[in-house]
Write a protein that binds this ligand. Structure first.
Ligand SMILES: [Zn+2]
Length: 320
């Protein structure tokens, strides 16, 4: 008979040793049923628990496609430890093809973690996910990519929580994931940031963008997950080869001060100098409203590709 320790349980779903379960957990958000699909994959031998989420930003399709691929393909017979895959955290946003925010409350879900059971819809979803899924993780990976209006060069973000053990392990995970750009973040409210603060080594991987999910971008995520699981000895294949990485300590976002038309002057992966013109915001007539100057020497990690820009919207980001 399996003991309680042998069984992997999330909400109403469970998987014993050597079992894989796909199912949907249902819970209440604003008094309405909220359905969250997931895979529980419980390996044949003991090992760490890896949690993988995607679709916190639900139009970042390369990351969602990669999470689906992982959940569908992972074989418990060759797994050491446990993996929980939640491929689309924000299903209402996925259905609505919503940019940045959850349509239930207009909030960016990646700014409300670890959530609040008495808060707005995004906060309730974050709370359920954090308590039932993320808190079970030994290691946590949140998959993202550029949103519908964002172009980006792939990069991996690790969070500086201040806990040396956690932060060193998160940086190690980021290096192992195999994307050459590593970026440090201290932005509060992200899922991986809240997990780091709770003592769980965590990373956020970014690949994809503009509503496109190329095989290369999907593979960027699946390859990183495979490398990490091999490093953790969760799947066979041996330790992955090391990748030469560039560590960017600062993730500098530039935002629009105006509603208008955005004309970027640089592309993703461009090296830029402090003070360089990165683009401008104009009004309908063509008058200059704002010039975006690079705050540092660095590399352009993402640009907003939409001509339409709103006040406080991101324009682009420089890693330095
Ligand atoms: Zn995102």
């Amino acid at each position: 008979m399996p003991t309680a320790r042998d069984v992997l349980t999330v909400g109403t779903l469970s998987a014993g040793h050597g079992e894989k379960r796909y199912g949907t957990n249902e819970f209440s958000v604003d008094g309405q049923p909220y359905r969250l699909p997931m895979w529980l994959i419980n390996g044949v031998t003991e090992g760490p628990t890896l949690v993988v989420t995607a679709g916190v930003h639900a139009a970042e399709y390369a990351s969602i496609a990669a999470a689906l691929e992982l959940g569908r393909s992972l074989d418990p017979a060759s797994l050491c430890g446990r993996v929980i895959v939640v491929p689309v955290v924000d299903m209402p946003a996925f259905s609505a093809r919503s940019i940045y925010v959850c349509p239930l409350d207009g909030k960016n879900p990646n700014r409300v973690f670890p959530g609040n059971p008495r808060g707005s819809a995004s906060e309730q979803i974050a709370d359920w996910l954090f308590r039932n899924v993320i808190s079970q993780a030994t290691y946590y990976v949140d998959l993202h990519g550029g949103d519908l209006i964002e172009a980006l060069v792939p990069f991996t973000i690790f969070f500086r929580s201040g806990d040396k053990r956690v932060d060193e392990t998160s940086l190690e995970m980021a290096k192992i994931f195999g994307i050459p750009f590593l970026v440090s973040s201290e932005v509060k409210g992200s899922a991986f940031g809240a997990a780091s603060v709770a003592g769980i080594p965590s990373i956020l991987a970014e690949a994809g963008g503009q509503g496109i999910w190329t095989p290369e971008d999907v593979q960027c995520h699946t390859n990183g997950l495979s490398r990490l699981m091999r490093h953790l000895k969760m799947i066979p294949g041996g330790a992955p080869e090391s990748v030469q990485c560039t560590l960017l300590e600062r993730f500098l976002w530039l935002r629009s001060d105006h509603e208008g038309f955005w004309y970027p002057a640089v592309a993703v992966n461009d090296a830029v100098k402090a003070g360089q013109n990165l683009g401008c915001v104009k009004d309908c007539e063509g008058l200059l409203l704002q010039t975006a100057l690079s705050p540092a020497d660095g590399v352009v990690l993402f640009t907003v590709s939409s001509l339409a820009i709103n006040r406080t919207d991101p324009l682009l980001a420089v890693g330095a």
